[in-house]
Design a protein around this ligand. Structure first.
Ligand code: NAD
Length: 416
């Protein structure tokens, strides 16, 4: 039988397994397995060429027991209701795992932003917020960027929300540009948080980061910053990187800054001088110390897991590994830093952005990263400790911590 790759089914299976390991019964699982609210919207708008186009969008509000819900907005041709629900579940477990006082949500629009003009992107952003204004807000649900959305899109969304509520409300959204109340370090934060985990994992494994070989799938916000930090601060050797068009390889090391500049100029990393072109599939199977999936979900599956050949997998992407592959990686002794721990730096600094927004008092980048390091180091250590205590893989370790916190909050509220 082939593996079920439906993202929401996968997130429910992980939750089911975590409930079993933690000793929660089916009633608890049933209370947790679906979002509190799921909204589907339609946006019809005039494109630059005067044609009318209709888009479908979503917002999934998964769990609000621990605080206002939080989650990014993804604009992608392959976006789906199932994926948005799964991502909203993972946001819930993520905020609980790193112990920030927020619930989980996620949003998206099925579209291809690469084919749209700036005016079209702005119209789409403002329409999305007009449709959802009643159910988002600084104390309800706070969106942020995700794949193919960025600080400019967050700025338009914040402005539209403020026009509707007729007052300043910068904490309605995070990932804003700095002049509009963004946080120092926010665009680097996802990668920086992951790097703190990688640093601690290499200590656990007795692996020297200096000269360690790294392959990164996805060279957007998360992936490209991870490459730059690992190269500049730890002298890692980045042997391969990729994007949606394919990958590049150089056993002597790719200069991460040159790769970013090349992608900015040509829209792909492919063609960077002195590198060999490889496919995304080949990149995942390279012999390296650290493999970083930083693009989309379901890339390490039953089909390719036997060929994965690294010591650490640091999941900056959400949902890159299927449950079947998780079991095999555990048996192979590959140290996985699971997604909702590894990429939690983004939402943690988003939370710092909300806090700074409330006070209208802003921290330096150094202060932001010191606070982030404390959060990530603690969450990494508790995850590994739980996994060892229950003799399970690290993803289950992270689930055990997250579930306990969410269930406790629900019980205290009288929901369970
Ligand atoms: P991004 O839009 O900045 O970059 C995405 C990158 O993935 C691009 O380089 C794109 O070319 C590449 N890509 C797209 N499809 C691909 C494919 N089929 N194969 C290989 N590469 C492909 O997005 P991002 O913000 O860097 O997000 C990447 C992942 O990290 C997503 O899973 C996202 O949910 C997760 N994440 C991001 C943040 C954040 O703060 N940005 C936080 C937490 C998790």
């Amino acid at each position: 039988m082939s593996e079920n790759l439906d993202p929401f089914t996968i997130s429910q299976k992980q939750l089911y397994d975590a409930c079993k390991i933690s000793g929660y019964d089916n009633q608890i699982y049933n209370a947790l397995k679906t979002p509190e609210r799921f909204v589907e919207i339609k946006i019809t708008m005039k494109m630059d060429d005067k044609t009318l186009k209709t888009f479908r969008g979503f917002r999934s509000q998964y769990n609000s027991a621990r605080g206002p819900m939080k989650g990014g907005i993804r604009w992608h041709p392959e976006e789906s209701a199932s994926l948005v629900k799964a991502l909203s579940a993972w946001m819930t477990w993520k905020c609980a795992c790193v112990d920030i006082p927020l619930g989980g949500a996620k949003g998206g629009i099925i579209c291809n932003p690469k084919e749209m003009s700036n005016r079209e992107l702005e119209t789409l952003a403002r329409n999305y917020i007009r449709e959802l204004a009643d159910i988002i807000g600084p104390n309800i649900d706070v969106p942020a960027p995700d794949v193919y959305t960025n600080p400019q899109i967050m700025a338009w969304m914040m402005d539209e929300y403020e026009k509707i509520v007729r007052k300043h409300a910068p904490s309605v959204i995070t990932g804003k540009p700095l002049p509009l109340g963004g946080s120092a370090g926010r665009s680097i934060a996802t990668a920086q948080g992951g790097v703190y985990c990688i640093r601690d994992a290499t200590k656990d494994l007795g692996l020297n980061l200096n000269g360690a070989t790294v392959a990164i799938q996805g060279y957007g916000n998360a992936g490209s910053w991870a490459a730059k930090i690992l190269q500049d601060s730890f002298n890692c050797k980045i042997i391969a990187v990729s994007d949606s068009k394919g990958g590049i390889y150089d056993e002597n090391g790719i200069n991460s800054h040159e790769a970013a500049l090349h992608k900015e100029k040509t829209r792909s990393v492919i063609g960077l001088k002195d590198t060999k072109q490889i496919s995304n599939a080949e990149l995942l199977e390279l012999n390296c110390d650290i493999l970083i999936p930083a693009a989309l979900e379901n890339v390490i599956t039953r089909e390719n897991v036997d060929n994965i050949n690294c010591k650490i997998i640091a999941e900056l992407a959400n949902g890159p590994t299927t449950p079947d592959a998780d079991q095999t990686l555990f048996k192979k002794g590959i140290h996985v830093i699971p997604d909702f721990l590894c990429n939690a730096g983004g939402v943690t600094v988003s939370y710092f952005e909300m806090v700074q927004g409330y006070y209208r008092y802003f921290w330096t980048e150094k202060e932001v990263f010191e606070a982030l390091d404390r959060v990530m180091t603690k969450a990494y250590r508790s995850t590994i400790d739980q996994a060892q205590k229950y003799n399970t893989h690290n993803r289950m370790g992270a689930y055990i911590i997250a579930l306990e916190r969410v269930i406790n909050a629900m019980k205290l509220r009288g929901w369970l």
